[in-house]
Design a protein around this ligand. Sequence first.
Ligand SMILES: Nc1ncnc2c1ncn2[C@@H]1O[C@H](COP(=O)(O)OP(=O)(O)OP(=O)(O)O)[C@@H](O)[C@H]1O
Ligand SMILES: [Mg+2]
Length: 387
Amino acid sequence: MNPVNNPFTPGAGTPPPELAGRETVLQDADNAIKRTLNNKIAKSQIMLGLRGVGKTVLLNKIYQIAEDLGTFAAIFEASSSQTLPETMTQPLYRLLLKLDRSRKTENDIKRVFGLLGQFARLFKVKIGEFEVGIDPGILTGDLALDLGDLFVLIGEAAKSRHTAVIILIDEVQYLEEDDLAALILAMHRISQKQLPILLFGAGLPQLAKLAGDAKSYAERLFDYITIDKLDNISSALALERPVLRENVKFEPEAVGKIIEETEGYPYFIQLWGSLVWDIAKASPITINDVVRATEKSVAMLDSGFFRIRYERLTERQQDYAKAMARAGKLPVSSAEVAEIMGITVRQAAPIRDEVMKKGMAYSPGRGLISFSVPKFEDYLRRNFIKV
Ligand SMILES: Nc1ncnc2c1ncn2[C@@H]1O[C@H](COP(=O)(O)OP(=O)(O)OP(=O)(O)O)[C@@H](O)[C@H]1O
Ligand SMILES: [Mg+2]
């Protein structure tokens, strides 16, 4: 079929042609933003899910909802190479500019700009071009306290303008423990003062435990929302609706086969959809087209998506990952992985922690480990493990 009309969008954070199966998540986000706007208590929300399930897409969508509802939103991504002040200062600055309709003539806004300037200086953020105003000099250099002060001032400025501020943070699992603790503490202060700031975070499943370790009350402060792979009905919608808009159909068996191969993981659905579209000669798309697309998809994943992630691991981390894949069905116990590697549990523990810190694995239960990249074990088995 003509690749120009291909509706599918395999990628990172790229909006899918059909955002299937996420109605409840979006409705909950919409409700929470509206409650915040109406001075009602709403809990911040943390979305947890494996790689490629659609967390970034959801955050972007919630950003859009927030702006459409007339609130002011800032969105950014945490990374392992930057501190929280480094990642958040610029987005907060842009947010303040939006909030500041009268261009720094009002005292409360002047103070927030001043505080942000001091914040940036204290935490050694290169602030580049922007001008942040007079230094009010009330910060301490302790991120946990200062971020709270900054949030309180921003919250008060939003409240007096009868609006709300929505902060969206992606890849939250990459924050260092102290930064994560500071963020949680700042949100805690906001919720105690009932100021209109709402946080939406997204990250890998281990984030729930990281947040709990950083601050034990995190679980009461946030609603944790699991973003799962799509069920069969949503998977079918994600495939059928976009092609139907191009006047193309799938044979029912073809859809079934894609669901079987992708297990309903959104990124894989987009990839299979995109390749089968290019392969099929005409409508309807058949199961044979899917068989050919599967071969191509797997080859592409093995040389790209999976390989890049594999190569980010050091040799001993790769050995750990391969031992996990050898174990059979995942999740597997850390003890079993150590046994397969022929080392003690104590020797294996730091390697396991590194693999988790890199965002490749997570613990779905006490003493257990699994990959945070769906079907990664199949890749390892195909390419490295002889049977
Ligand atoms: N509900 C959905 N229905 C169909 N496709 C989807 C859906 N959500 C996301 N996708 C597609 O899945 C892919 C991955 O989405 P996204 O990048 O948001 O995932 P992610 O969870 O942020 O992954 P990562 O953890 O790697 O950052 C994209 O190609 C996107 O278009
Ligand atoms: Mg993402």
